[in-house]
Design a protein around this ligand. Sequence first.
Ligand code: UT7
Length: 323
Amino acid sequence: MRRTRIIGTGSYLPANRVTNADLARKVDTSDEWITQRTGIRARHIAAEGETTSQLATEAARRALDAAGIAASEIDLIVLATATPDYTFPATATQVQANLGITHGAAFDVAAVCSGFVFALTTAEKFVTSGAAKRALVIGAETFSRILDWNDRTTCVLFGDGAGAVVIEGYEAAGTMADQGILTTHLRSDGRHREKLYVDGGPSTNQLAGHLRMEGREVFKHAVGMITDVIVDAFAATGFSAGTIDWFVPHQANARIITASAEKLDIPLDKVVMTVQDHGNTSAASIPLALDTAVRDGRIRKGHVVLIEAMGGGFTWGSALFRL
Ligand code: UT7
């Protein structure tokens, strides 16, 4: 059977690193509060004029280098973002142009913090069906642009960045020993809009708007939703907390990550945690964490990796793959 495998990862962070102490000079907060409640110690913030498509293009170039393929070999780009350069065209088409690609298709996916899982799942359908040969799947955000810097309950939580993977189709044996994406599970429930949203948009008030979040409410739902789709991934593949090699969760809050891992009996030494260095980078957080652990040698070819995310909408999802 045909499967889709990841053949390269890449990521990019803006140069400007902002610590909790830096923030505490501008916002009524403290390093102690942020560290204790979230695990975050620093985040990167895009420079003036630095756009989501620029971060995405850098991450994509690094993923292409890691895969050892030329941009011209890509015939699909699926980019997850909630902070596009413009309302339209899609940020993916800007990345396509930056990379000099003039064939195939490029489009954006909007699922906020779950964006990378939704984008990977979408691209996998194209590649596994044969509709595309090789795809770039990118999560890229400049959340600093939609933060209300007077709202200390949200502005300390997020950061900017981008991560990317290159995927390709191949003929696999059709067993759970195969390399590649072995299962994906996507969910959403629009009744939760008010708990996490941006108070602007072209058809509502013609503004880009600011992020609004009832953090405690989101927290309350997060662990249950995350564990549900992980249980689905385990049931679909026969893998378990004991047999996966790595858990690469969405990086929103160290307490949510630890609670989810503990609920599922996933040992903490199998958990990739980057929230302390990146903050919550929304759709970029999983590919950023994945690339970090691939490049530092923890995640290697043949390892079984579980990813999950939950965010605005609500949307949530999981995927399990062998690298
Ligand atoms: O990416 C997916 C979406 N996002 C998430 O997954 C985030 C989910 N939620 C969370 O991570 C947590 O709810 C937060 C980190 C946002 C907040 O942690 P919490 O333990 O739920 O705190 P809280 O909202 O209950 O606030 C506790 C206190 C409040 O003071 P009082 O009312 O107890 O006096 C806040 O005013 O902490 C205060 N507070 C702060 N203090 C210092 C809120 N923000 C800050 C701050 N610095 N930045």
